[in-house]
Ligand binder design. Structure first.
Ligand code: FMN
Length: 174
């Protein structure tokens, strides 16, 4: 096993260690106060509670969308399929307001903007609570509506997208 050097805390080593945790990839979408649809690529998504149905994700305090996400009523967590890798790249770069240009958008049941096309899953959330921690804002959402497809999910680890198509696990473990 490879251990972190003991002289102080090595942030780069920490990032590399975190990268060994494979995640899915989401794009979280909402509407800015001026009515512009906005969104960004997020891999820090996770489940929190079944009753009530809660999920979380964390937003960098350096995000240009910080205030819009802090203030919005609802957002949608769009879980990307392997086919949607271009959306993962688009929503991680460039100007926030331009990310929706030329792509298919849709509305979730309560009216929140979401990605069009077939995601692996989506969760329309009420912006329930927020916790300032370190350089991120932890966002806890109460899921009001959700959906899923059979599309293989996009996987991210070691700082890159996994281009081998994600198969189905042999047997569900829980
Ligand atoms: C795979 C991947 C996962 C990411 N996960 C997060 C995340 O969980 N939280 C976050 O704030 N940024 C995350 N980012 C970075 C943002 O997508 C990126 O910084 C984006 O440009 C922020 O846009 P904004 O400033 O318009 O909010 C991720 C990027 C990639 C490529």
């Amino acid at each position: 096993m490879s251990l972190a050097p003991d002289s102080g805390f090595d942030a780069r080593y920490f990032r590399t260690a975190l990268g060994r945790f494979a995640t899915g990839v989401t794009v979280v979408t909402t509407t800015a106060p001026d009515g512009t649809p906005i969104g960004l690529t997020v891999s820090s998504f996770n489940s929190v509670s079944l009753e009530p149905p809660l999920v979380l994700w964390s937003l960098s305090r350096a995000s240009s969308s910080l205030e819009a996400f802090r203030a919005c009523q609802r957002y949608v967590v769009n879980v990307l399929s392997a086919e949607q890798i271009a959306l993962a790249r688009r929503f991680a770069t460039g100007k926030t307001a331009e990310r929706f240009h030329g792509i298919e958008a849709a509305r979730a049941p309560a009216g929140t903007v979401m990605l069009g096309g077939e995601c692996a899953a989506w969760f329309e959330c009420r912006n329930r609570s927020r916790y300032e921690e370190g350089d991120h804002l932890i966002m806890v959402g109460q899921v009001e509506h959700c959906g899923h497809s059979q599309a293989a999910p996009l996987v991210f680890h070691a700082g890159g997208f996994d281009l081998t198509p994600a198969g189905r696990p042999e047997e569900p473990v829980r």
